[in-house]
Design a protein around this ligand. Structure first.
Ligand code: NAD
Length: 236
C-alpha cells in the first residue's frame, strides 16, 4: 500500500531523493521532504518540508521532535555525501564529516524515528555499488559508510521484523546528479565510469526511484534485509 500512506525522504530536494519523493507522491503517498539548506527546492517537491543537518545528532533530534508518533509509513534514508578521502592525505575533519553524515546520521535518525514509524512501515537505505567493489580515486570512506548501510539493513530487518517493518537498501551505480557532476564532467573519468556499466549508460534518479517504490509497495511485501543493485550491470 502506498496511496494514502506517509513518507519521509531525507535529502529529498534534489537528485535521487527528489525523484524518490516525486515517485511516491505520484502513487498517492503524502511525502515530507527533509532538506539541509535549500528550503526553496524542497518546497518545489512537497509542501511538507523539514530541515536538519544530518551530521548533527542535536539537529536530527530537533527535527524528529516535530514528527508525531506513529505517523510515518515509509522512511527513505537517502541523504549523503561523496567527498574524497585519499589514504595518506585525509584530515580528521573530513573523516568525521563523511562518517557522521553517511553513517552515524543514518543510524541516529532511524533510531529517533522508531516511535514515529507505524507497525508495517518500510525503511529503504540508499547504499552504493561503492560498498561492493574497490574503486581507485580516494573514496574508501564513502564506500565504507555505504557498506555500513548494507550491514544496518540486514540487522535492522531482523530487529524490526516483529513490528512488521521491512528494511531494504538500494545500491545505485553512477547516477548523473549534482553529486557526480564534477567527476563525470571530466571526459576521461566519464569514459572510465561509463565503461563499468554494461548497459551502456549511467543510471537516472528515476531508475533508483522505481526500485525504492517496488520495495515500499505490496509487490515487495515479502522482501526484507536485502540490498538491491541498480547499476546497469556494474555489480553482478
Ligand atoms: P545529491 O548531492 O544531489 O543529493 C544529496 C542530498 O543529501 C542533498 O539533498 C543534500 O542536501 C543531502 N545532504 C548532504 N549532506 C547532508 C547533511 N549533512 N544534512 C542533511 N542533508 C544532507 O546526490 P544524489 O546523487 O542524489 O545522492 C543521493 C544518495 O544516493 C546519496 O546517499 C548517495 O551517496 C547515493 N548514491 C548516489 C550515486 C550517484 O552516482 N549519484 C550512486 C550511488 C549512491
Amino acid at each position: 500500500m502506498i496511496r494514502g500512506e506517509t513518507a519521509l525522504v531525507t535529502g529529498g530536494s534534489r537528485g535521487i531523493g527528489r525523484a524518490v519523493a516525486l515517485a511516491l507522491a505520484a502513487k498517492g503517498c503524502d511525502v515530507t521532504v527533509h532538506y539541509h539548506s535549500r528550503r526553496d527546492l524542497a518546497l518545489e517537491v512537497s509542501p511538507r518540508v523539514l530541515q536538519a543537518d544530518l551530521a548533527s545528532t542535536a539537529s536530527i533530534d530537533r527535527m524528529v521532535a516535530e514528527i508525531p508518533d506513529q505517523s510515518i509509513d515509509i522512511l527513505v534514508n537517502n541523504a549523503g555525501i561523496w567527498k574524497p578521502s585519499p589514504l595518506g592525505s585525509t584530515s580528521e575533519d573530513r573523516l568525521d564529516e563523511i562518517l557522521n553524515t553517511n553513517c552515524k546520521g543514518v543510524f541516529w535518525l532511524t533510531q529517533a524515528m522508531l516511535p514515529k514509524l507505524r507497525d508495517g512501515a518500510r525503511i529503504v537505505n540508499i547504499s552504493s555499488t561503492a560498498a561492493r567493489v574497490g574503486i581507485a580515486g580516494g573514496r574508501s570512506l564513502y564506500g565504507a559508510t555505504k557498506a555500513a548501510l548494507d550491514s544496518f539493513t540486514k540487522s535492522w530487518a531482523l530487529e524490526l521484523a516483529p513490528r512488521g517493518i521491512r528494511v531494504n537498501a538500494v545500491a545505485p551505480g553512477y547516477v548523473e546528479t549534482d553529486m557526480t557532476a564534477e567527476h563525470l564532467g571530466d571526459p576521461d573519468r566519464r569514459q572510465n565510469a561509463l565503461a563499468r556499466h554494461p548497459l551502456g549508460r549511467f543510471g537516472t534518479p528515476e531508475d533508483v526511484a522505481g526500485t525504492v517504490l517496488f520495495l515500499c509497495s505490496e509487490e515487495g511485501a515479502f522482501v526484507t534485509g536485502q540490498s538491491w543493485n541498480v547499476s546497469g550491470g556494474f555489480v553482478i
